[in-house]
Design a binder for this molecule. Structure first.
Ligand code: NAD
Length: 260
């Protein structure tokens, strides 16, 4: 069904992006990876996931806070595989501080990477998707695109923003084969969240396991982390024909967090 299509997954060298890249590769989708840090092991993981389905893997190291890098990555993706059929806007960072203490440069980085980058990739991917009358834009927002939490002003603003961008992109393309939807995870145990677990462990003098329980207990009724594999399967569903008329939703996978 998706075999031979191409997905660009931003921030896919780690965590949720890597999980989504692997799930799409298993369907035979060619993947353009992006992100910082070690590239060899994520590339090998995605290649292994897509091997039997014949998926190919490329990589571009664009810094998602830089427009010129993003433009170059979009050109590179088209040159590797023809065009981007599936765009997963996933790259994201977090910073935790009260508004009055929030470092200005951290605010700017969170908004640039978590929100503005999705505008740039979307505006550059949409023309080819519209010409082909098929495309999928999946924005990895967060439960923080639906509700707030103290000390996360930039992140919550960016995630509410990307839910808004999702709705508008979906509406502008509603009569075409191009859909845009958002995924809103609760806690997922990735490096981004492990930092917050570590901070809780230090603050309260707890073990890693007890700090995880405290973190989950504050917000997530299921007391379970959502996994990158589960989120990958949701992304595959958004790409399937069954989701042809799913447009502009913000779909939480949050253990009941936003239901409270
Ligand atoms: P992570 O830290 O494991 O991965 C983040 C990825 O983004 C990495 O590949 C990193 O290299 C990349 N990245 C960071 N800055 C970048 C930049 N300037 N340019 C290019 N790549 C960059 O984090 P994660 O938890 O997998 O988060 C992925 C997305 O999911 C983020 O948008 C995050 O807000 C969202 N999210 C995470 C959780 C969670 O609990 N972990 C919950 C809800 C939403």
């Amino acid at each position: 069904m998706l075999k031979g299509k191409t997905a660009l997954v931003t921030g896919s060298t780690s965590g949720i992006g890597l999980g989504i890249a692997k799930a799409l590769a298993r369907q035979g989708v060619n993947i353009v990876l992006n992100g910082f840090g070690d590239v060899d092991s994520p590339r090998a993981e995605v290649l292994a996931a897509g091997e039997s389905a014949g998926a190919q893997v490329a990589y571009h190291g664009a810094d998602m806070s830089r427009v010129a890098d993003i433009e170059d990555m979009m050109k590179y993706s088209a040159s590797q595989f023809g065009r981007v059929d599936i765009l997963v806007n996933n790259a994201g960072i977090q910073h935790v501080a009260n508004v009055e203490d929030f470092p200005v440069e951290r605010w700017d980085s969170v908004i640039a990477i978590n929100l503005t980058s999705a505008f740039h990739t979307s505006r550059l991917a949409l023309p080819a998707m519209k010409s082909a009358n098929w495309g999928r834009i999946i924005n990895v927002a967060s439960v923080h695109g639906l509700v707030g939490s103290a000390q996360k002003s930039a992140y919550v603003a960016a995630k509410h923003g990307i839910v808004g961008l999702t709705k508008v992109t979906a509406l502008e393309n509603a009569t075409t084969g191009v859909t845009c939807n958002a995924i809103c995870p609760g806690w997922v145990l990735t490096p981004l969240v492990q930092k917050q677990v570590d901070a809780k462990a230090v603050e309260h003098g707890l073990s890693n396991e007890d700090a995880k329980k405290l973190l989950l207990g504050e917000k997530e009724p299921s007391m379970q982390f959502t996994t990158p594999e589960e989120l990958g399967e949701l992304a595959v569903f958004f790409c399937s024909p069954a989701a042809n008329n799913v447009r502009g939703v913000a779909w939480n996978m949050d253990g009941g967090w936003a239901a409270q």
